[in-house]
Unconditional design. Structure first.
Lengths: 71, 791
């Protein structure tokens, strides 16, 4: 997830980022291959004022496409 | 979206240097900083919008076992600190002494061992108020019988702040008098708030032995703050150090000096301990710099064929209880007089009247480029109203009137000199990306079925990178910024900046600028900012000025480093510098690429024992103070597609196409991220965000339950395009982009919503288009969105 956020520029000021990444991790734990719509639904409780959310969605998708080697 | 790093030298997509700490939870924000012995402050705020203070009893609070100090306006008066200068030739109360002038104003400050005790002790302070009638509706502020808010100003008998004009009134009136078509519309840009995720805060640490005051503060402008503290508190400037840590978003909210910052300083002086003050969400929304609040009576004159002839705007500007807008001194309405927009016509005039109301002060914040947001909204809305009057397609009307590329540099009717642009190409690019004609066909068939779909177009010209010091200063401080570049003996480098990132990625972008000029890989370049003891002076980051101004300073300083390195390289190779060429970090003899010296080798030699030519000092460094010759003028074309639910009034943004031209893109990934964020702002302002007031002056936007930011569910997947028109006067051609999307997008969303509502015969209604506002607009009775008062 962290690598996804780095690669896809899923953060700017970084203030909301830990919370968003934890939400993303929880989502991926219950749904390893979420659609962009499912990601948006999952992170809809996290406010971000910088990114306009698009790159957060892409970051979570990246993480889904690159599952961690050790779970 | 590429995820690959394209290059280590120069411009291109690069991962951000700062992300390494943010992704590990190692960001260092103001509330993360803990100093030994640190105390905590809390502010008591006014429950009234307008009331005389009869008495304040702090004895119970002082008796609280964990309270170390209680500070009131009366105490500050003895220190001559009860009032501080505003950023617009007014004063601001640090703590109220005579009366409170807005809901949420600072009344007292408690310093305690911990934050909870400080908050608890606020409840123990007894304040007796004598409520006064408030001025809430800006349109009533100048009524003869309106209560006078600023009776602290000697001889003040009304709520008038200023009148200001730009453009040629006679020529504009003449154009209107003879025009075939005139369209008028009252347009409100309601009060909104930048609402960064991190609220404002500071820690003041007065060392009574050395007399040095260290202030940690999440300010966008650390150097300007230091100078203002020196002026406000009478402290010697060399004894003040302002440290700006990681900032959790700013958007203009963190430019000014708030009473809480000054109070943490006073608290530290009084207690001899570091004092931290961090506001909560409601305090941030209710008391810190709001944005907009412009009532714009707008009129456009045109021919029947749709050629625009003239534009005029009469603005009523609600500045709140103190005139504390942050903008260059000569411009009381900021850069609003750029309202002529992106179109070619000869006559324009604006008149702006500023008034006091019983609301929080501010006015220039939230990525507005000194009120260009309001200006772009006014012109882009009235152009749509004209299209409606003429039964013309709004994109076609714009295309017909856009400035043409051969007209640049173009001097506008109000005196701006736009540097460069190809506007029709940007609009065509956006229309192609959106599939504009197909969208119109889809809309036509949906309308036949009674479905509400809207397509909104906006075109904007921004003016950023303030600014030429001859014309632009803040409290007498010219808007030029310094930068220092130093190459170490091993060829690694450090660049020191006056500007301060709030998430924009300065540590990456500015390293890339140095890299672009010197050829040193950007990972070898450290960016230092946010520490007034270790960076050159400059006015900070707002108005999208970092890359246009400090980027210019860094580029020029980097070039000076290269020029110096060339002399050293020539000495190393025992030839004339004129025989050397420089490319990608390597000096070589013209025509003999094998004879190369890298800039890293030159750096070592510059620090070594090499005999240097007469007049050349050792080491490899350079500085620059960049005084911009002009603003830069980014521009763009935006198209928004919405669907409106006829039953609920809910607006769904289906698509958003944004074509931006900010000149060459230093790091395209970062630029795209900036644009994404600004587009979300536009959706927020157009659909949900507003700071409204009730009849008693209570702020109705004091929490995220009422002040609703867009979430991932309201934002579509942004569709970006670009054109690239370099600025001819900037050292590396870049124009700045931080606020472009916030400036350009609200009009596109609103134009789309009103386009969807066209079957109801409504030409205009004010944002935000909440379901309630959409519903009322459908009934032909749009609401006044800034007040919860029935007229």
């Amino acid at each position: 997830v962290q690598q996804g956020f780095l690669n896809e520029h899923g953060l700017q000021c970084g203030f909301c980022t830990p919370g968003v990444m934890m939400t993303a991790r929880a989502l991926l734990d219950r749904n390893p291959d979420p659609s962009p719509e499912e990601i948006r639904e999952a992170i809809s409780g996290n406010l971000c004022r910088c990114t306009g959310y698009e790159n957060i969605v892409r970051s979570v998708r990246w993480a889904a496409e690159h599952p961690a080697v050790t779970a | 979206m590429t995820t690959v790093e394209e290059a280590t030298v120069g411009f291109g997509r690069r991962h951000r240097k700062e992300d390494a700490r943010f992704l590990r939870g190692r960001g260092n924000y103001i509330d993360d900083i803990v100093l030994p012995g640190m105390l905590h402050g809390a502010v008591l705020r006014s429950p009234y919008a307008h009331a005389r203070i009869v008495s304040i009893d702090t004895s119970a609070a002082e008796a609280h076992p964990k309270v170390k100090a209680v500070i009131t306006g009366a105490l500050l008066e003895t220190l001559k600190l009860a009032w501080m200068p505003s950023l617009s030739h007014d004063v601001v109360a640090v703590l109220a002494t005579d009366k409170v002038r807005y809901h949420g104003q600072e009344v007292a400050f408690v310093v305690a061992d911990d934050r909870y005790s400080a908050r608890d002790a606020l409840e123990l302070i007894e304040v007796e108020y004598d409520p006064l009638p408030p001025v809430i509706d800006a349109k009533r502020a100048l009524d003869p019988d309106a209560p006078v808010i600023r009776d602290d100003i000697e001889g003040k008998a009304d709520n008038h702040i200023f009148d200001w004009d730009a453009g040629d009134k006679a020529a504009t009136d003449a154009a209107f008098a003879s025009a075939e078509v005139v369209v008028e519309q009252d347009i409100l840009y309601p009060r909104v708030h930048p609402a960064p995720m991190e609220t404002c805060g500071s820690i003041a640490d007065m060392d009574k032995v050395t007399g040095k005051l260290t202030i940690y503060c999440n300010t966008q402008a650390p150097h300007a703050h230091r100078t203002l503290y020196a002026i406000v508190a009478g402290l010697p400037e060399q004894k003040i150090r302002v440290l700006s840590p990681d900032i959790g978003g700013g958007f203009g909210n963190k430019v000014g000096i708030y009473p809480g910052y000054v109070l943490s300083v006073v608290g530290s002086i009084v207690t001899g301990k570091p004092v931290k003050w961090v506001e909560d969400r409601s305090e941030n929304l209710m008391s810190t710099s709001f944005a907009r609040d412009y009532h714009m009576k707008t009129a456009i004159a045109a021919t029947r064929e749709g050629k625009i002839l003239a534009l005029k705007v009469d603005v009523l500007a609600d500045h709140g209880a103190f005139n504390n807008t942050a903008q260059p001194t000569k411009f009381p309405a900021g850069f609003f007089h750029i309202f002529t927009g992106s179109y070619d016509y000869p006559a324009a005039h604006c008149h702006v009247t500023g008034v006091y109301t019983n609301k929080a002060p501010g006015g220039v914040a939230y990525a507005c480029s000194f009120r260009i947001t309001e200006a772009v909204y006014a012109v882009e809305r009235i152009v749509d109203c004209l299209a409606d009057e003429l039964h013309m397609d709004p994109a076609e009307l714009r295309m017909k009137n856009l400035l043409r590329p051969e007209q640049f540099p173009y001097t506008t009717p109000t005196g701006w000199e736009y540097d460069s642009g190809d506007y029709p190409r940007a609009l065509r690019t956006a229309m192609d990306l959106a599939g504009y004609e197909e969208l119109r066909r889809e809309q036509a068939s949906k309308r036949e079925r009674g479905e509400l779909m809207g397509i909104g177009v906006s075109f904007f010209t921004e003016g950023v990178g303030a600014g030429p010091r001859k014309h632009m200063d803040i409290l007498g401080l010219g808007m030029a910024d310094g930068a220092e570049v130093r190459v170490h003996p091993t060829g690694k480098a450090v660049v020191r900046l006056s500007v301060q990132s709030q998430g924009q990625g300065h540590e990456t972008t500015f390293a890339q600028i140095v890299s672009h000029v010197t050829g040193i890989p950007s990972e070898d370049i450290e960016v230092v900012h946010g520490d007034t003891d270790n960076t050159p002076f400059g006015l900070g980051t707002y108005g999208s000025r970092s890359t246009p101004v400090s980027g210019g300073a860094v580029a020029v300083a980097s070039q000076r480093v290269v020029d110096k390195a060339k002399i050293v390289a020539a000495a190393m190779m025992e030839i004339s510098p004129d025989d050397l060429e420089f490319d990608n970090g390597t000096f070589s003899v013209k025509g003999d690429p094998g004879s190369a010296k890298t800039i890293q080798e030159v750096a070592l030699a510059a620090h070594g024992a090499l005999e240097l030519p007469e007049g050349v000092e050792g080491h490899l460094d350079a500085a620059c103070v960049y005084n911009p010759p002009n603003l830069t003028y980014p521009f763009g074309a935006y198209i928004c597609v919405v669907d409106v639910d006829r039953g609920t009034g809910e607006v769904r943004v289906r698509r958003f196409v944004a074509v931006d031209d900010c000149g060459p893109r230093i790091n395209p990934t970062i630029v795209e991220g900036q644009i994404h964020g600004g587009l979300a702002d536009g959706i927020g302002m157009a659909l949900t965000e507003v700071i409204a007031f009730d009849a008693d002056g209570n702020c109705l936007g004091g929490s995220f339950m009422e002040y609703q930011l867009p979430t991932s569910m309201e934002c579509p997947s942004w569709e970006l395009g670009e054109t690239v028109t370099p600025s001819p006067h900037h050292p590396i051609g870049v124009k700045g982009v931080g606020e472009s999307a916030t400036v350009g997008s609200p009009a596109a969303v609103v134009n789309a919503v009103l386009d969807a509502l066209k079957p109801f015969g409504v030409r205009h209604a004010d944002m935000p288009f909440t379901p309630a506002q959409v519903w009322c607009t459908m009934q032909g009775r749009p609401l006044r969105t800034d007040l919860a008062i029935s007229d």
